[in-house]
Design a protein around this ligand. Sequence first.
Ligand SMILES: Cc1cc2nc3c(=O)[nH]c(=O)nc-3n(C[C@H](O)[C@H](O)[C@H](O)COP(=O)(O)OP(=O)(O)OC[C@H]3O[C@@H](n4cnc5c(N)ncnc54)[C@H](O)[C@@H]3O)c2cc1C
Length: 381
Amino acid sequence: MVNNNSDLATTTGSNMSVEYDYDVVIIGGGPAGSTVARYVAQSGVSVIVVDSRESIGSPLQCGELVPTNDEMRRLCPNVPDMDDLFKTPESAISKRTEIMKIITPSGKSLEFDFEGLVLNRVAHDEALVELAKQAGAEYKVGCFVNKIEGNSVFIRNGEEIRAKVIVGAGGHNDPVRRAFWKEKSTNIPVKFSLKEGDYGDAVELHFGSMAPGGYAWMFPKSSGANIGLGIQKNFSKGKSLNIIAKDFIDKYDGTSTFNGAGSLPMSGTIKKFVKGNYVLVGDSAGMVLPSNGAGITIAMIGGRIAGQVIVQHIKNDMNLSEYEKIWKKQMGRVMLNSKRSFKIGSIMFRLPDWMLNLFFNRLTKAIIWRAVTCRRMFWII
Ligand SMILES: Cc1cc2nc3c(=O)[nH]c(=O)nc-3n(C[C@H](O)[C@H](O)[C@H](O)COP(=O)(O)OP(=O)(O)OC[C@H]3O[C@@H](n4cnc5c(N)ncnc54)[C@H](O)[C@@H]3O)c2cc1C
């Protein structure tokens, strides 16, 4: 049992005393887990993050685009104090962008104002770990969690950590989610490449048969670009993701310097984030906006709420399910709109390319943008 926390957290019942190593153990130190850790630790509650990676954030698994804080205020108007939550250091920003192009199968481009940051994602995640450590969180890396029982988290090397609250922030394959939740999410496979070259200043999203049931992207960086796509397998008519991704990525000149892959939960949030003393956050709770694949900032919004509620739970016995209520107030509408847009999009993306080319036009431009940015598509639904 890990015992390096000097003041063992103790809960005293009427005739029993239970000892814990920490108040909170978090599985996974990505954007979700490290944000929970920061908000928990800065309130003086003891917390440890356990991550299977030796270096959190590496290897890169990301398209690396996030909205700026100002854009986030417009996209998620019910989320307070964005500047406290998103403290992206300059070293984690590769390029600033002001234009997003939505591109049809025929290559026609619709342009939108969009203030975004193309990140150095590895540096971004390392900075989140640093913020949490500065607030007092402990980290244990290179430790794969393979079992959770009661208040105990078991690491593959045989260690056990006991905590009052266990947070599952292990991404789409989180062990807490797998062990205690039956609800399934649709995970879409994603492939991407970092390429050398000059790709201009606008970020691009492509829709159509080049990314069946999903979308493809080209996000320019200070040098080169991050280019990739995600698909729904049942839309791809037997064609493999490898071939579909290669076809798209090869359209851009330039040598690939890194190839990556991953999986994105695309069903939106699951019904419950809390069961007893188990709390899910980030991808493990489905906190990705399905209509645009945004997961980093959304995981951090969830992480802050979870962290704040956990602190109140430990200090004042607040019910952990307050986390779900506050999430709904801040993000419920945005998530609902995004799920609806994705469902409508999934029907549309079964259409042949020539029909999509017709649909994406100046008259539908505003509707398309509302769908991508998680607003009501038709003002009434
Ligand atoms: C290819 C790709 C491109 C993407 N592009 C974008 C984008 O451009 N913009 C955007 O906003 N989002 C993007 N996303 C989504 C975004 O990366 C995720 O939504 C975000 O990382 C979620 O954060 P998280 O902390 O929940 O999970 P993660 O970032 O996945 O972190 C989970 C952590 O848990 C650890 N872990 C997992 N299991 C265990 C275990 N059993 N024991 C110990 N540790 C464990 C992992 O090592 C990892 O460090 C993309 C995702 C993929 C796959």
